[in-house]
Design a protein around this ligand. Sequence first.
Ligand SMILES: [Zn+2]
Length: 104
Amino acid sequence: MHVRRDDLVQVMAGADRGKVGRVLRSIPEESRIVVEGVNLRWKHLRKGPKNPQGGRVQREYPIPVARVLLRCEKCGRGRRARARLEGERKLRVCTKCGGEVGGK
Ligand SMILES: [Zn+2]
């Protein structure tokens, strides 16, 4: 997986192409991730003691990790990244402009 939880990513393909959000959850077994505000679907709630009226809420569903790239703020889009060593720290930088990607 080229991204992990809390990374800032941009969706590069599919219905939500162009959207930017944080990775909320990573599901390596399925090569899928859940991204904040991406692939929202209505979930319908059954009537019950907690929800006497029932109801529906929007929530994110997993998308293939291959649809996203780490967001590069300098380029203003998703970009592939390479690792760069800076002392002890391993930075992930944009392959085009060398800026740091993925957000903080
Ligand atoms: Zn860049």
